[in-house]
Design a protein around this ligand. Sequence first.
Ligand code: ZN
Ligand code: ZN
Length: 516
Amino acid sequence: MVAVVRGLCCVLITMGGVEMSQAQDVERLTSSVGPVMALSDDEVLELIPTRAGLRFTGCPNCTGGTQENQLWWTIEEPHSVYCQHCDLRYPNDLYPDDQSLHVVNSRGETHEYPYWDDDDGYHHFFQAKGWYVQREYFQDVARWLAELYVATGEEKYARRSALILRRFAEVYPGYLVHFDYPFRQKILWSGEEDFPYPVPAFRAAKWSWWAYMDISEDLLKTYEVIRDSGALSADDQQLIETNLFHAMVGFINNYEPALTNMDPTLLRSLIWAGRVLHEPEYIHDAVRRIGLLTRQQFFADGAWREGAVSYHNQTTRGLGILVDLLDGYSDLPGYTTADGARFDVLDVGEQLPILGRAHEVPNLLRYPNGRVVAFHDTWAREGSEPTQRSQSAILPELGHAWLGSGEGDGQVQTHLHFSGGYGHQHRDVLGMTLFAGGQERIGDMGYTHTRYRAWTTTTLSHNTVTVDGLDQQPGSLENPSDGALTLFVPGKDDLLAVVEADGRRAYPGLVDDYRR
Ligand SMILES: [Zn+2]
Ligand SMILES: [Zn+2]
């Protein structure tokens, strides 16, 4: 998976499928790894955290930023963190981390997580935030060093990358399992507990903050490049493969597939593990799970079950990457799974016709100015090219229809939304939006990570009918709130166009008739 192509005026490096133009990238990478290359081996080892850390610890001194993401760590001042908005460094005299959680890990070592408590008794883990960023930083540096080794052939980069990788393999087994979510009290466990942990699936993680990202793709790609560089002995390789990579996959395999918009992220790293570690079972498992995801979680009209275009795009793009990654894969000669299956010149895309339909969905859900038709948790700032003309259409199984007419500046679109709730939903059945005269006249706020998020999901914040001042029911697989299309006349040219949907399941027991 690594190729170096040398030419007269430029050199292309490919690592993990990424192409770089050499001169520019070598300069950038050299500068990026500079602070780490300036340290001794022992100093580097000192800075690789023995604790996984926590991502979500906000700044109690200011109101900048969102979702407890204000603090940051840099290698220049490695023993504290600072706020990116008000510059205050933590911990400090006003916010001392004078209390601690002590948890004995799976190796019998006590891990201390110091914290400061606010008036509500909420723990702020300033130092653990530093460890979190530090761990991510050294993960990046390991990969940059590997890329530099490929680009320059200089062994010093491979040796430094190997040092980091080996250290991660030493410390990872002792990391605590943690629950790390914005504005929720963090929880630490030893890692010896039986699954399931008492939090929602994938929320107990050991490497990152969310278990979907717990197999380090960056470190796998790093290892692939430097494995045969001479910087890693056979024992080192054994340690890294067993204690780090197989252990990461083993942790994740304690979860049943959740089949969410994060599955492609998880499966991408699982496929990389299969490729790098020559473990065909990982590849077969990934292909099986891709099949489950596409068969069970898309509507027949091609829309991702959650409806929100942002999550539709995240999922379909993620699946597209998996299809490319697996393209042409063959198991080693003679290999078969326990039930006799094997892959030869794999073409997963061919088996997933729904993806073709899915790619059309964001093209359809576009206002004339190119902005996405935001509903549910869709980032309203997203979009692509303006449309040349508008016409009526439906996504009947998702539950969304629109009447459109006109060309260029004269385009008009009226959207009627009546989908259920299958994740990231708003309580917006029979919500309408209107685009006319070059602008979105009646809109949906879509997604936000600000304090207004709760408001954006309410029925009252949408252009629909709120009954008795109550929110619609949120909808789920067990209690669907989905509306039903009762009439759709697309019209053509200047002919009458009509759409009507019944949304009574959004207010069960409260309404006899709820139509628009
Ligand atoms: Zn601040
Ligand atoms: Zn909304």
